[in-house]
Design a protein around this ligand. Structure first.
Ligand code: CA
Ligand code: CA
Length: 315
């Protein structure tokens, strides 16, 4: 690698000590070294950290990179930004696919943190290169520890392309760390800071609560409850009638998964006891069937609606 700039190790040590610890609970990966070298027309990526480093060099979990931090001791002439490149081994020897790329992060001397959103898998690798103003310059660290290792790819392979590593070198690392948040619903948004509804891939803003619209049709042997919802939701319907003398008739209809705008019909068939009771009552008398409609949101929050349905005597 051709050296463009080098700074004293004393300055590097001071910069490391003043780095703020991460406040996020997300998984951290990469290397906290401070960039003090650069190479042209190449993308540099970390393959190993020296023993004792608290961070894994490569992505240790599936999730989403939500932020990245780039450390540089000072800005050398001509370098204004770096782009984080995420590489995934293809399985072929030394071959990688570029599966993620951040927007260029404008650098100042010291620690630079940027927001991003890149879904990653365990084993993905962290690299960097400049892309602004046609530059292809990678900043890296000379750590002096042979356990720190980088791979080098010629040029700046574009997103989704595959590229072959020219080889690995010890004593160097990439001065970048990443925060990886879980993505339980696999929607490509980090569940801690980017996804307000981690229970559903359909939503990134707050999970919608279920709103229920209902109507009823009373027939001789059953009540049909017609339900619509504002959002996809499982809906269940139950009816309870007081038969007197402490006896109750409980009627249930099977749960249905409703889609917005589609009428769900729930038939509460009268039980034998209820039919008998209605026959005992004159046509001027009535029983009340208390119907409860329950819709459950993707976050597990239940919306209940209670209806009172008059059942006329059939005697
Ligand atoms: Ca998510
Ligand atoms: Ca989501």
């Amino acid at each position: 690698m051709r050296m463009r700039f080098k700074l004293s190790t004393a300055v590097v040590a001071i910069a490391l000590m003043t780095m703020a610890p991460s406040a996020l609970a997300a998984t951290q990966a990469g290397n906290q070294c401070v960039g003090n070298r650069s190479t042209e027309k190449a993308t540099v990526f970390g393959t190993a950290n020296a023993p004792g480093n608290p961070l894994p060099a490569t992505i240790p979990v599936n999730g989403v990179i939500t932020s990245w931090t780039f450390n540089i001791v000072s800005i050398p002439p001509g370098i204004i930004s770096q782009t984080l490149k995420i590489l995934r081994p293809t399985g072929a020897p030394s071959q990688f696919q570029v599966i993620g790329e951040t927007a260029p992060g404008s650098l100042v001397g010291g620690s630079n943190t940027f927001s991003t959103r890149i879904p990653v898998h365990t084993g993905d690798l962290i690299g960097d290169v400049a892309t602004a103003e046609g530059e292809q310059i990678s900043i890296y660290c000379e750590t002096g520890n042979a356990g720190d290792r980088v791979g080098v790819i010629a040029g700046n392979p574009p997103l989704n392309s595959t590229a072959t590593s020219l080889g690995e070198q010890g004593g160097f690392q990439v001065p970048a760390t990443v925060s990886v948040e879980p993505d339980a619903d696999n929607d490509g948004y980090g569940d801690e800071t980017q996804d307000q509804c981690p229970q559903s891939a359909a939503f990134q803003s707050a999970c919608p609560t279920v709103a229920l619209s209902t109507s009823t049709q009373v027939k001789k042997g059953a009540v049909t409850v017609i339900v619509t919802t504002n959002t996809p939701a499982p809906v269940s319907v139950k009816g309870v009638a007081n038969l007197g003398k402490g006896k109750k008739a409980t009627l249930k209809a099977a749960t249905q998964n409703l889609s917005p705008g589609v009428l769900g019909k729930f038939k509460l068939k009268f039980s034998k006891q209820l039919k008998t009771k209605l026959k005992e009552l004159s046509r001027k008398q009535s029983l009340t069937l208390k119907v409860t409609v329950t819709g459950t949101s993707v976050a597990g929050q239940a919306t209940k609606k209670t209806l009172k349905v008059k059942l006329k005597g059939q005697g």
